[in-house]
Design a protein around this ligand. Structure first.
Ligand code: AMP
Length: 280
């Protein structure tokens, strides 16, 4: 496994791999790798010949009062995980490499970036879309792997690739959960033991809505109420939003015809957590 910091080095390596006729996949991450990331890397390994994992804590997707500074950066542990997973290249650029000053060009996905998480994080998806477009241009992957846990992000990246004619296929992998049901996240390490226990209620609340859906409730109002009720006993959880949307367009729906995505964001102490479930 090679770790490279320079864009030119990645381009050279990919050029050589292309001459060998190999397919290339990219797994974009911010590091602090966990079993969720590992599931994406394994999927990439099984579906392509050459796997690039990028590790870059992208400053432009954090708001001014968010956790950019305290975001975990366990460099050596991440390296070992990548090595153990059989990753071919870790691309770990500096901020200067990715954003030579001044960065004047941005990728903005209209509409879909404004709802759900976009409401409380107005520049977040612009940062995500821009860094992913940069990574796609640098690595030129045949396919890139993202997690369903960040469903809105996945939908936005699919839109970027479609609208900007980027020749990469976006593959979405299921959310990996702890035994308690809590979606695994780099930010879970900010939680105390008690907060972690409380946070497991998020998925339970989504499951309670799923049960109601399966028993024939297709209007989204009662489904959202069910989630609120389920979380009402946990005073440490502040609900930011509960939304039911079309999984492709992310527009709000009042009634689920075929498929609906219930997305939730909560605050527990100073930690913001998101989760979602697809009903069909
Ligand atoms: P991050 O490092 O948080 O930017 O995440 C990098 C990628 O890992 C994104 O595509 C996430 O959606 C994905 N990911 C994060 N947590 C999970 C999880 N629990 N299960 C599956 N994928 C995940």
């Amino acid at each position: 496994m090679q770790t490279v910091k320079m864009i030119s080095e990645v381009r050279d390596l990919i050029g050589k791999v292309r001459l060998e006729g190999k397919t290339v996949s990219l797994v974009p991450t911010m590091g602090a790798l966990h079993v969720g990331h590992i599931s994406l890397i394994k999927a990439a390994k099984s579906q392509s010949d050459f796997v690039v994992v990028s590790i870059f804590v992208n400053p432009t997707q954090f708001g001014p009062n968010e956790d950019f500074k305290r975001y975990p950066r366990p460099v050596e542990k991440d390296q070992n995980i990548c090595k153990d997973c059989g990753v071919d290249v870790v691309f770990k650029p500096s901020e200067e490499q990715m954003y030579p000053e001044p960065n004047l060009s941005w990728v903005n996905v209209e509409g879909i970036s404004k709802s759900l998480c976009g409401k409380s994080r107005p520049r977040h998806f612009r940062g995500v879309a821009t860094v992913c477009a940069k990574l796609f241009n640098i690595v030129t992957p045949d396919m890139a792997f993202f997690g369903q846990k960040d469903a809105q992000q996945a939908a936005i990246i699919k839109t970027v690739v479609r609208d900007l004619n980027i020749p990469a296929e976006i593959r979405i992998c299921p959310t990996v959960r702890e035994p308690s049901g809590l979606a695994v996240s780099s930010r879970n390490r900010y939680l105390s033991q008690q907060q972690k226990k409380d946070a497991a209620g998020i998925y339970r609340s989504l499951q309670s809505a799923e049960k109601l859906f399966q028993s024939g409730t297709f209007d989204t109002g009662p489904l959202k109420e069910k989630i609120k009720d389920s979380l009402s006993g946990t005073s440490s959880i502040d609900i930011e939003y509960i939304s039911v949307v079309d999984p492709e367009t992310f527009s709000d729906i009042d009634h689920i015809e075929d498929r609906g995505l219930i997305a939730i964001a909560v605050q527990i102490g100073s930690t913001r957590l998101i989760d979602n479930i697809i009903l069909e």
